[in-house]
Design a protein. Structure first.
Length: 229
């Protein structure tokens, strides 16, 4: 599979980076109690922190809000997924366990303060391209409604758009039948490549410790706009 990023994105921010983790032979199931407990404790500690530092002042959240504006979208109307998750925690609306893939994806997003999506690779057709959406870009999302992706970065395959830092589509959602997955990290542009690769490797290691299988990491940047695996 080939994954590439459109040049237009770098005209907005030349430091823009996308992290990728390709998982194979994984098992998606109910999260073990150890992970449920760890995520719950993390949320409780984060809630206390958010009483001192508002969500929009967290470094990663703030940087992605600024990026949202740079692309032309309204961060107050269309909040990126990491901010939405964190706002729930600030209200003590803690996340309910779903399954290993979603639970870990949400945990990484809160921990790193960035939007992250995870997708069933067997439901993705041919190559993937990452673009900025226009007025006609959108899909039915996991939130149960049609979502416009105008001026929002998104990923698409040969069929249609399927993922974004805003909300993901139903078509490529990971289920307990998934064995091959792709995780897309919408990294902070200010993060250097070495730190980004370390972050991806740490996340991939934790994910496969829980879900089994194998992983490989990749980084898309202005100097490396496409990868193949």
């Amino acid at each position: 599979m080939n994954i590439s990023i459109d040049d237009a994105i770098f005209s907005v921010n030349e430091q823009f980076k996308i992290g990728l983790i390709h998982y194979s032979k994984i098992t998606v199931d109910e999260s073990p109690q150890m992970i449920k407990g760890r995520i719950q404790l993390y949320q409780e500690n984060l809630f206390l922190e958010l009483q001192e530092v508002p969500v929009t002042e967290r470094a990663g959240i703030k940087e992605w809000r600024q990026l949202w504006k740079a692309f032309g979208a309204d961060p107050n109307r269309y909040r990126h997924s990491a901010e939405s998750l964190m706002r729930r925690i600030a209200k003590q609306q803690y996340l309910t366990p779903f399954h290993t893939a979603v639970d870990l994806n949400n945990f990484f997003s809160l921990q790193y303060e960035i939007p992250i999506g995870i997708y069933d690779l067997d439901n993705i057709r041919k190559s993937i391209e990452i673009h900025i959406g226009n007025a006609s870009t959108g899909y039915e999302g996991l939130n149960g409604r049609y979502n416009s992706l105008e001026n929002i970065v998104h990923s698409k395959d040969a069929s249609s758009p399927f993922g974004s830092p805003f909300v993901d589509s139903k078509r490529t959602a990971v289920t307990e039948e998934t064995s091959n997955a792709l995780q897309i990290f919408y990294l902070r542009p200010s993060m250097d490549s070495k730190e980004a690769l370390e972050l991806l490797s740490s996340a991939g290691k934790m994910f496969t410790q829980i879900s089994g299988g194998e992983y490989e990491v990749h980084l898309l940047t202005a100097a490396n706009k496409s990868i193949h695996f």
